[in-house]
Write a protein that binds this ligand. Structure first.
Ligand SMILES: Nc1ncnc2c1ncn2[C@@H]1O[C@H](COP(=O)(O)OP(=O)(O)OP(=O)(O)O)[C@@H](O)[C@H]1O
Ligand SMILES: [Mg+2]
Length: 255
């Protein structure tokens, strides 16, 4: 899918092991620029491992080993000269469980820009406001920016974490089951937000929710046992999958 020059992320002959256990097997995939790509598949099939490869989050896991290439705009993210901190600024990530820092709402958003440096108080105020606006939570928090982020609801915390990821102006947003801890109303807010973000960002989202994948994504990738079984336009994957395994999964026959 997304053949040729529009691929912004790509893996080539990509294998991953934890110790001696191989969990991803010789995958090849291109992820399109400013598209929303959903990663689906049964629990344990390697979705989180796969998405974490794109911003070097697996670096923190002992015994993690990878072969093949992981490319961002054609550059191999695992070459020696690549700075993983810079990678994580350009490729942001939001996790399954909201994980705000035990700081004020303002300081959560200002954290990354402060690390990058060079911002005046006025710049920071602006970044905090626009990031919270983009994440569709500004109206709910604008009068309590100095309150603890931990006092927000789960859905608000997750939107805050999205705002925090956006504050450093990443090019890509990786979302690993961002709605799994949320109720339907909060989930639908996040889904609307994801669709809005597409105008300016490339989004990769792991989800167990087939309706969600169908609603928000342009492209879908189906993993099974560490192997990409099928990838293509979401419309096609959901209406006429090429592989029986894909069909069985999306129709709920297993997983
Ligand atoms: N830190 C780790 N150390 C060793 N093995 C791991 C580690 N993290 C994941 N694994 C193993 O790698 C495989 C893939 O796990 P991963 O978390 O990527 O799957 P997943 O598709 O995200 O599953 P889920 O849908 O349950 O989140 C599993 O067999 C898992 O046990
Ligand atoms: Mg996972």
């Amino acid at each position: 899918m997304n053949e040729g020059k529009n691929a912004v992320l790509e893996v080539v002959n990509h294998n991953v092991w934890y110790g001696t256990a191989q969990v991803l097997h010789d995958n090849n995939l291109q992820i399109g620029h400013r598209r929303i790509t959903a990663l689906i598949g049964p629990s344990g099939c390697g979705k989180s491992t796969f998405i974490r490869c794109f911003n070097r989050m697996n670096d923190f896991i002992r015994d993690f080993r990878l072969s093949g290439k992981v490319l961002f705009e054609g550059q191999d993210l695992y070459q020696r000269e690549v700075d993983p901190i810079e990678v994580r600024l350009r490729i942001g990530m939001v996790f399954q469980k909201p994980n705000p820092f035990p700081k004020s709402i303002y300081d959560n958003i200002a954290y990354g820009p402060r690390l990058q440096g060079g911002c005046s108080k006025q710049d920071l105020d602006k970044i905090v406001e626009t990031s919270l606006q983009k994440a569709a939570i500004w109206n709910e928090v604008k009068d309590k920016l100095n309150h603890s982020a931990l006092a927000l609801s789960g859905g608000q915390q997750q939107r805050l974490c999205i705002a925090r990821a956006l504050a450093v102006e990443p090019e890509i947003l990786l979302l690993d089951e961002p709605c799994s801890a949320l109720d339907p109303a909060a989930t639908s807010k996040i889904e609307e937000l994801i669709v809005d973000l597409k105008n300016n960002y490339t989004v990769v989202i792991v989800t167990h929710n087939m309706q969600q994948a169908g609603r928000v994504s342009d492209d879908t990738v189906f993993f099974y046992n560490g192997v990409i079984v099928e990838a293509g336009k979401t419309k096609n994957i959901f209406t006429k999958p090429a592989k029986k395994q894909t069909e069985d999964y999306i129709t709920g026959r297993f997983g």
